[in-house]
Write a protein of this length. Structure first.
Length: 327
């Protein structure tokens, strides 16, 4: 049975319209020339030097319908981040502490426990005031997920990485959402982890929610009460009108056709504060991390299948691939 959210559920997130860059692959190879052999020169003549063939880009290697990223970037201003289809939010609005979205807390450090030794890190910081707060969101500029499987290995935090003490109503999210908040086919699929609860509900808990529109409360949802501190593989599968949310291979919740995505969704990660409790004082920083993202269009995969494919990309030294068709 789905659990109901409190009436004070957050105002729904405003989704900015991002400029859409052309997606390319990091490791594209060059085609060989298709020109035939040069003619044999006549006796007594000097062979003409044939011009060197101009390499042309080939169709990038990779299985069809796949998006994979191991987040091997240098920082939020790395051109490859944009080229590979990501946008870091810096506009105003909500949810959480309004107008506090910034790229300053985004980094890609060497990380203990991360496959390949690196991860994307979203460092939310606050001193308990709106002016001293920075929230983070990183998302795909295009809607790419509509049917199939999307998974990410995510590190959730129960306590600040530096300063302060536990108590902030932080929301650590992996979700998929319509690129335009104003879309008549608006849809949203959420993993929202709240180690200290929020909206008058206690934590730790993770909410799994499928929104059928952006109207307050118009969704199917379930809360699972447990600590998720550490690394977990979070996965959503969408097939035959049902969306299933799972963690480490265990199903948490399934929503039906009423809330099935009606258009391709943008995959995103965010860390934000529901409010600023007066009882929690002093500067503090919370770290959410993402090791990798994997999507397979139009196929429902098991955790073992996802893990095998991701392991193969790492073994081959593949940092990024995108063969998801335009929808």
């Amino acid at each position: 049975m789905s659990s109901a959210r409190p009436a004070s559920r957050r105002p729904h997130r405003i989704v900015p319209r991002f400029a859409v860059p052309m997606a390319v692959l990091c490791a594209a190879t060059a085609c060989t020339s298709t020109a035939g052999p040069a003619p044999t020169p006549s006796m007594g003549t000097t062979p003409a030097t044939a011009p060197a063939p101009t390499p042309t880009p080939s169709t990038p290697a990779g299985p069809p319908g796949v998006l994979f990223d191991s987040f091997r970037y240098t920082g939020p201003d790395d051109p490859a981040l944009t080229t590979n289809g990501w946008t870091v939010r810096t506009d105003g609005g909500g949810p959480g502490i309004r107008d506090t979205w910034t790229k300053d807390g985004l980094s890609f450090p060497v990380t203990d426990g991360a496959k390949g030794g690196r991860a994307m890190q979203l460092s939310l910081a606050t001193d308990g005031t709106p002016k001293g707060t920075q929230q983070l969101e990183v998302g795909r500029t295009e809607g790419e997920f509509a049917n199939g499987t999307v998974a990410a290995r995510v590190y959730f935090s129960d306590r600040p990485a530096a300063g302060g003490r536990a108590g902030d109503h932080i929301n650590e999210c992996f979700y998929a959402i319509s690129p335009s908040h104003a879309s008549p086919k608006y849809s949203e699929l959420d993993f929202e982890y709240m180690p200290n609860g929020g909206w008058d509900a206690t934590g730790p808990r993770i909410d799994t929610t499928s929104w059928r529109s952006s109207t307050q409360g118009d969704r199917d949802t379930r809360s699972t009460k447990r600590s998720l501190a550490g690394w977990h593989t979070m996965m959503m599968t969408a097939e035959n009108g049902n969306v299933t949310y799972s963690m480490d291979g265990r199903a948490l919740f399934a929503s039906d056709s009423k809330t099935f995505p009606r258009e391709p969704l943008s995959i995103r990660f965010s860390a934000w504060l529901i409010d600023l409790p007066a009882a929690v004082t002093g500067p503090r920083t919370w770290d959410m991390k993402v090791n990798w993202l994997y999507q397979q269009a139009d196929k429902t995969l098991s955790l073992a299948e996802v893990t095998k494919t991701v392991d193969g990309f790492y073994a081959a030294g593949t940092a990024y691939v995108n063969t998801v068709p335009k929808r």
